[in-house]
Write a protein that binds this ligand. Structure first.
Ligand code: ADP
Length: 384
C-alpha cells in the first residue's frame, strides 16, 4: 500500500463568477520513505495540491489517503504532517530552541525534559546546536531555514510537505542545502513531498518527479526517465537546462522538413511519426555536436552548416547559439553545449551534427511524444 495516495483530486476555486480549476483530476501514489518533487511553472497548481494534502484547502473532488486512511475531512492539526515553507515562519520573539519546541509543547503532552532532549538531539544531528539560543533576527536566512526544518523534524511526522523551502536563499547556499536536505530525508526516512518551480532541484533531490502544467499532471517518473523519455513537449522542455531545442516542421517522404534544414528519418523514426503531418523535432543542446574539421562528413545527411551568433562561456561548458547561415536571425536558432575548453568563435561558421539516435519527435498539434531518443538503458542504469 502506498503511503500517500491522491486519487482523482480536483480543486476548483470560485472567483466571483469565474471558476478556476487550480488542480485538475490528479492521481499519484507516493511510496513510504519516497522523496517526490512536484514541479512546474508558477500557477500550475503545485501549492494548491500541497495545501490540500496538508488540510489547508478543501478538496473539490477526489480522495486523499494517508497510510490507507481517507484524510479529506481530517483537520490539519490531526494529520501527522509537518510543513516547511519558503518563508521560514519562525516566531521572532522565541529563540531557535523555543521555535523548535513550540509545536511539540502545543500538540503533545510530552514532559518538558523530553521535548528539550528531542530538540537537542535534532539540533545536534543537523549541526545547529550552537544556534539554539539565538532569536531569528540574529540568524542568517540559511540558518533560519535550518531551524524551520529542525522544527518540522522534531515533530517526527509521517509526512513532510515542503513548499519552495530553498527559494529565498542565494544560489550557493541553495546548492549546499539541496544536498543537506536530501541527506537528512534519507537518514530520517520520512516520506516527503517537495514543491518547486526549479527543475534543477527536482532533478537532483527527488526519487521521482511529478511534472504539472495548468493544473494537470503531465508525467510522473524518475529524473532520468523524464529527461530521456518525456511524454510530451512540455515535460521535454521543462526538464533539462538549457532547454531542449524544438524545431517545427512537417513530414515529407521520409524526411522532416523545416525552415532550417531537412532531416532524413531512419526506418524506426519514420514508423513512429507516420500519419502525423505536423511534426516537431526535439534535441537537447548537449546532444548537438559542434564538429571539428576532421569529424565533418561522418554522417553528412545529419550535418548542417550554421552561423555561430553568440557563445556564452560558463567555464565547464560553452553555450553556443546557432542560426541559419548568413543571418543573425535568432527566431529558429539552435542552442548547443560544448566542452568549456573548446574554442568556438562568435560570428563564425560551424558544422553541427544532430545524431539520429539523439533526436525526439513530437506531434506538432498535440505536443505528444511520438519518438524519444533511443538509449540502451536498463532499469538498473536509470536508478543510478
Ligand atoms: P503554483 O503553486 O504552482 O504557483 P497555485 O497552486 O498557487 O500554483 O495556483 C494554481 C492556480 O490557482 C493559479 O491560477 C492561481 O491563481 C489559482 N489560485 C490559487 N489560490 C487561489 C485562491 N485562493 N482563489 C482563487 N484562485 C486561486
Amino acid at each position: 500500500m502506498s503511503e500517500l495516495s491522491l486519487d482523482h483530486v480536483t480543486k476548483v476555486y470560485q472567483d466571483d463568477d469565474e471558476e478556476i480549476v487550480a488542480v485538475d483530476d490528479i492521481s499519484v501514489d507516493i511510496e513510504d520513505e519516497e522523496f517526490l518533487v512536484l514541479v512546474g511553472p508558477s500557477g500550475c497548481g503545485k501549492s494548491t495540491t500541497l495545501r490540500m494534502i496538508a488540510g489547508l484547502e478543501t478538496i473539490t473532488e477526489g480522495e486523499i489517503r494517508l497510510g490507507g486512511t481517507v484524510i479529506n475531512d481530517v483537520d490539519t492539526q490531526d494529520r501527522d504532517i509537518a510543513m516547511v515553507f519558503q518563508s521560514y515562519a519562525l516566531y521572532p520573539h522565541l529563540t531557535a530552541r523555543g521555535n523548535m519546541s513550540f509545536g511539540l509543547e502545543e500538540s503533545t503532552d510530552l514532559p518538558d525534559a523530553d521535548i528539550e532532549e528531542r530538540v537537542e538531539e535534532v539540533a545536534s544531528m543537523m549541526g545547529i546546536d550552537d544556534l539554539l539560543d539565538r532569536k531569528p533576527g540574529e540568524l542568517s536566512g540559511g540558518q533560519q531555514q535550518r531551524i524551520a526544518l529542525g522544527r518540522a523534524i522534531v515533530r517526527d511526522p509521517e509526512l513532510f510537505l515542503m513548499d519552495e523551502p530553498l527559494s529565498n536563499l542565494d544560489a550557493k547556499l541553495r546548492a549546499e542545502m539541496r544536498t543537506e536536505l536530501q541527506q537528512l530525508q534519507r537518514q530520517l526516512g520520512v516520506t516527503t513531498i517537495y514543491v518547486t518551480h526549479d527543475q534543477t532541484e527536482a532533478m537532483t533531490m527527488s526519487d521521482r518527479i511529478a511534472v504539472m502544467d495548468q493544473g494537470e499532471l503531465q508525467q510522473v517518473g524518475e529524473p532520468l526517465e523524464l529527461y530521456h523519455d518525456p511524454n510530451n513537449m512540455f515535460v521535454a522542455g521543462f526538464i533539462g537546462e538549457p532547454s531542449m531545442n524544438f524545431l517545427h516542421g512537417a513530414y515529407s517522404d521520409g524526411t522532416f522538413v523545416s525552415d532550417l534544414f531537412e532531416y532524413p528519418l531512419g526506418r524506426a523514426i519514420e514508423d513512429a511519426v507516420s500519419g502525423t503531418s505536423e511534426l516537431v523535432l526535439g534535441i537537447r543542446p548537449e546532444e548537438i555536436e559542434v564538429l571539428d574539421d576532421a569529424a565533418v562528413g561522418d554522417d553528412p545527411a545529419h550535418e548542417y552548416e550554421m552561423h555561430v551568433t553568440v557563445v556564452e562561456p560558463m567555464g565547464d561548458q560553452n553555450v553556443v547559439h546557432l542560426s541559419r547561415p548568413g543571418t543573425d536571425d535568432m527566431s529558429d536558432n539552435l542552442v548547443a553545449v560544448t566542452e568549456g575548453l573548446r574554442d568556438v568563435a562568435e560570428d563564425s561558421t560551424a558544422t553541427v551534427r544532430l545524431p539520429s539516435d539523439a533526436v525526439h519527435f513530437f506531434d506538432g498539434a498535440t505536443g505528444v511524444s511520438l519518438h524519444n531518443r533511443q538509449l540502451d538503458l536498463t532499469e538498473e542504469t536509470l536508478r543510478l
